[in-house]
Design a protein around this ligand. Sequence first.
Ligand code: OFO
Length: 165
Amino acid sequence: KLADKTEQALNEQVELEAASSQYYLAMASWAEVQGYNGIAEFLYRHSDEERVHMLKLIRFINDRGGHGVVPALKQPTVKFKSILGIFEEVLNHEILVSTEINKLVDMCLQEKDYTTHTFLQWYVNEQIEEEKMARQILDKLKLIGEDKGGMYIFDRDMGSLQTQD
Ligand code: OFO
């Protein structure tokens, strides 16, 4: 069975994944309103994936004899400065999530909870991918700069860019 301390820490991660989902949903909605439909599609998918990350945690906590707690919704930022600004925020947010996952992994080792440690490896790998994707997108946006044609193509391509959960 999960130790109380681990259960509480995993439930905090549930909250962070839920907040990530809301945050990306707000970005998606803003991008859609600005006419960036491809980028909006990408961000809507990303938001869905974060909900899946939350769900996996809830199910794991419950499978281990704990109680996955559904957190309250907080209002995320609703207005953004630019598409570049959005993806800078995405990268920073993913770095924060990675830090939190690493703390959880560390705690599992200290507590000798190898089951949860194994479960968390999926998140460790996912974070490598998510940070990598955010960096690649930022590199492209920096290349595009103020080029409107470049931005048009970028938006179109983002609509079909594969994300994974
Ligand atoms: Fe974007 O990451 Fe969840 O975990």
